[in-house]
Design a protein around this ligand. Structure first.
Ligand code: FES
Ligand code: FES
Length: 185
């Protein structure tokens, strides 16, 4: 039974070790902030951090995650106050929002290792697809988040309407597979 740390909690996952991490997060852990887009590593909607690096959860198996630290969008910040989250709201770099969790995780991983990324660095680190076309605003959002993290400016974006902080701070419940056919969006 694969064992790993998900959002700072040690978990055993009662699923086939060959299962992609994406399905353990969504179906067993109910961490549905990690999105299923293409399932083939192309879109980036499923991006999470594995040991601090942005990885596509549809491409990594549970056995490959054994003993590693997984962070999902639910675990990035207890109250949506990560500078990337705030900057995405402030720059209105969100349309339908389906791609947003993956983009936020990729951006947060980038800024954790590069405090002052160039525009090319940002484009290289966040090749995520967005069918709503937020890329121009995304660039400014990541630049702005970087300035906040370098303490060159402050940012206090308004909360996103309709999403309670307690929901955003949801932690991993006991990991057991959900009933088959029940795939929340
Ligand atoms: S769902 Fe994983 S990259 Fe598209
Ligand atoms: S905001 Fe809709 S897909 Fe990116």
């Amino acid at each position: 039974m694969p064992r790993m740390i998900v959002n700072d909690r040690p978990v055993d996952i009662a699923m086939d070790p060959r299962t992609p991490l994406l399905w353990a997060l969504r179906d067993a852990a109910n961490l549905t902030g990690t999105k299923y887009g293409c399932g083939a590593g192309d879109c980036g909607a499923c991006t999470v951090m594995v040991d601090g690096a942005a990885l596509r959860a549809c491409l990594v198996t549970l056995s490959e995650c054994e003993g590693r630290f997984i962070t999902t969008i639910e675990g990035l910040s207890p109250d949506r106050s990560h500078p990337v989250q705030q900057a995405m709201v402030a720059e209105q770099a969100i349309q339908c929002g389906f791609c947003t969790p993956g983009i936020v995780m990729a951006a947060a991983a980038l800024l954790a290792r590069n405090a002052n990324p160039s525009d090319d660095d940002i484009r290289d680190a966040i090749p995520n697809l967005c069918r709503c076309g937020v890329q121009p605003r995304l660039l400014e959002a990541v630049r702005r988040a970087a300035r906040v993290m370098r303490r060159e400016t402050t940012l206090h974006a308004a909360p996103v309407p309709g999403i309670a902080p307690a929901d955003a701070a949801r932690t991993t419940p006991a990991l057991s597979p959900a009933p088959s056919g029940d795939t929340p969006r």
